[in-house]
Design a protein around this ligand. Sequence first.
Ligand code: AMP
Ligand code: MG
Length: 337
Amino acid sequence: METKLLNTDDESLRLAGRLLREGKVVGIPTETVYGLGANALDTKAVGDIFKAKGRPQDNPLIVHISELSQLEGLVEEIPELAKKCAEQFWPGPLTMIFKKKPIIPDTTSGGLDTVGIRMPSNKYARKIISYAGVPIAAPSANLSGSPSPTTAMHVFKDMNGRVPAIVDGGMSAVGVESTVICFEGDSIRILRPGFISKEDLCEVTDNVLIDKGVLEQLSADAVVRSPGMKYKHYSPTADVTIIDADADKFRAYVSEHGDSETVCLVFSDSDCEGTSLRYINYGADSKQQAQKLFDALRQLDEIGAKKAYARCPEKTGVGLAVYNRLLRAAGFQVIKL
Ligand code: AMP
Ligand code: MG
């Protein structure tokens, strides 16, 4: 199949919407990462997302809406806390888990009786969804296991020949996937950290918990609340290790252990100064790191890195999301100095 690259003029967005309504799979820009969209209510179309990605069947998809009014048709009940979160953070990079209505096929929910819903803030994403006229299931548009795509070119590299169209909406503003939360009485539990941080959610309630799957390695047969967290994820070919250290200790460590096939992921050009090692600067603060991390991981493959040492991000605010993704890219290898 030929994969068309579409731009963001109105005609192209309408075409993307029509393809989705007809049951096709389309790569779409969102503010988090690029998504691989299909009609969330169409079992066959959703099945094609799993095929295109090579995604395990028990890994549920997030359903994207363009209007708040779509929510009640999809879920059994909307807790008070969810209403507050929607008011505060939608449209935006927050996914909320609800008990699903039967209209959501089991294929979409990965066999769970719950469904994750999000209203993206990216204006192209919302237009495409509204032109499609149906809720859109959309996981990240990468091959299962690889880093998530933050540009249309990343999507093209993974999905060329697998989907009929990709809409190029420029670089994703946030760069990491949405924060996923569920509700437990008057508490919010963070199942996957994202741009909406624990600190942000505390504006809605003091009771915000971080699930243990966020920072711990889960076994493949574990029964978990957020199935995606147990899979190998975001992995470049290079063997990645996180170095939890200040700049001086980082520099000393990598110059002793690095070689010509090593690439460092750093916060500043000075982090590798005086060494002969290659490096990729992935940003000086957590927001920049969120935006650039996946591109940096993809670049490791492009330049043929065998080994990578990454400076350890902050573990608070958006930094927790960056750390969570990098931990998985590194297969949980962390050296604390
Ligand atoms: P992706 O769209 O590739 O970013 O993956 C979506 C992730 O959201 C899944 O891997 C889960 O971790 C999480 N998720 C989606 N739906 C649910 C759900 N019903 N319950 C718990 N976690 C979910
Ligand atoms: Mg994904």
